[in-house]
Design a protein around this ligand. Structure first.
Ligand code: NAI
Ligand SMILES: C[N+](C)(C)CC(=O)CC(=O)[O-]
Length: 346
């Protein structure tokens, strides 16, 4: 990101005749509006503040400002430990009384309101009506397609999905995808902006229910629900199976590379030839269980056992420390491998 007094002079995006000339360079964004400031909106606020942006937030809840400032204060030590951008400060946050004020001077808008389609449709239309016309607006939705959400906006071409992972101030991934009425420049702009803001970006060229990350983790989640529903495994066993098993590997090799290694020297080809037929057995029951009241209650009860009295604030602190530890450890290994490669002249 550029300092406050930097003037935007050059367009780094590929030329797109549809793109309004006034759209700021993604690298020159100074002010981000965050609409909705709960778990995810608040996490975005903390992230953008830590990257040195000015953030203007709006949330209709009465206690929103207090909650938001509490979230930022709780995240700040972790963010400081990771390294703040120059000038980054919680003092650069303003919480305003209206949506119109929040987006009036924004260079980018991140919407993180409740996951209800009618709320998203109405809110995106309101943001679109109030925000400067060249500004890209992203929704944090974890499931709706932009095609469904942009139907009432007058300028749907600048609306994109920017799907984060919790907490957005630590987990780097954002999935960016447009709807049928979104212009390609807006998708490209959002991806470049998120990269400039320190995120790891996947740009999707088509809408997919659940995007990519949720599609994968919800497959695991569906199986967890099945097992609890059938009394086959407890929440504690499911969590341990993941954290002491596949989850540990997935922090650095994804499921494809992990299973490539399951095939030894023969790699993925041998893995599929060897285990393919037997892997089909569990696939045959991959339909969603009914989320009955009983299953809901069993899941809540068992998860409470895993929580075992810890407060949400304690869990957030534990989660953040562990995420940072994993990220630091991986960064150290990366640096060590780079040094070794340089020494070996690779
Ligand atoms: N919680 C999670 O793990 C993730 C959530 N998301 C997405 O982020 C979005 C927000 O979810 P959460 O932060 O979890 O929900 P949340 O319930 O924690 O926060 C929602 C916030 O929106 C505010 N709000 C209510 N009506 C509003 C309106 N009309 N306009 C603006 N704000 C309004 C509420 O006061 C609340 O502070 C959803 O679209 C969700 O799918 C995406 C990734 C992960
Ligand atoms: C639970 N969730 C579907 C809202 C989760 C996400 O969308 C991403 C995440 O943080 O895991």
């Amino acid at each position: 990101m550029l300092p406050d007094n930097t003037e935007y002079t050059e367009n780094t995006l590929q030329h797109d005749p549809q793109r309004p000339g006034a759209a700021a360079d993604p690298e020159a964004v100074r002010t981000v509006a965050c609409v909705g400031a709960g778990v995810i909106g608040g996490g975005w606020v903390a992230h953008f503040l830590a990257r040195g942006y000015r953030v203007v937030a709006w949330d209709p809840a009465e206690d929103a400002e207090e909650r938001l400032r509490g979230l930022v204060d709780a995240a700040w030590p972790a963010l400081t430990g990771l390294g703040l951008a120059e000038g980054a400060s919680p003092d650069r946050l303003s919480v305003v009384a209206t949506l119109a004020e929040a987006v009036a001077d924004a260079d980018f808008v991140q919407e993180s309101a409740p996951e209800r389609l009618e709320v998203k449709i109405g809110l995106l239309a309101e943001i679109d009506a109030a925000a400067p016309e060249h500004v890209v607006v992203a929704s944090s939705t974890s499931g709706y397609s932009m095609t469904e959400m942009q139907v009432k906006a007058a300028r749907p071409e600048r609306l994109v999905v920017g799907h984060p992972f919790n907490p957005p101030y630590l987990v780097p991934l954002v999935e960016v995808v447009g709807g049928e009425a979104t212009a390609p420049w807006a998708v490209e702009w959002a991806a470049e902006f998120y990269r400039a803001a320190g995120k790891s970006v996947i740009t999707m060229d088509r809408e997919l229910p659940g995007f990519i990350g949720n599609r994968i983790q919800e497959a695991a989640w569906r199986e967890a629900l099945h097992m609890v529903d059938n009394g086959e495994a407890t929440a504690e066993q499911i969590d341990l199976a993941m954290t002491a098993g596949p989850g540990l590997r997935w922090a650095f090799f994804g499921p494809c590379l992990t299973f490539h290694m399951a095939g030894g020297e023969g790699g993925m080809a041998h893995m599929l030839d060897h285990f393919g037929p037997s892997l089909k057995a569990p696939w045959t029951r991959l339909e969603s269980p009914e989320l009955t009241a009983e299953l809901r209650d069993a899941m809540v009860r068992e998860t409470d056992e895993v929580v075992s009295g810890r407060s949400t604030a304690d869990l957030i602190a534990q989660r953040d420390r562990r995420l940072i530890a994993v990220m630091r450890a991986l960064a150290e290994v990366d640096a060590e491998e780079e040094r070794e490669a340089a020494e070996a002249g690779r």
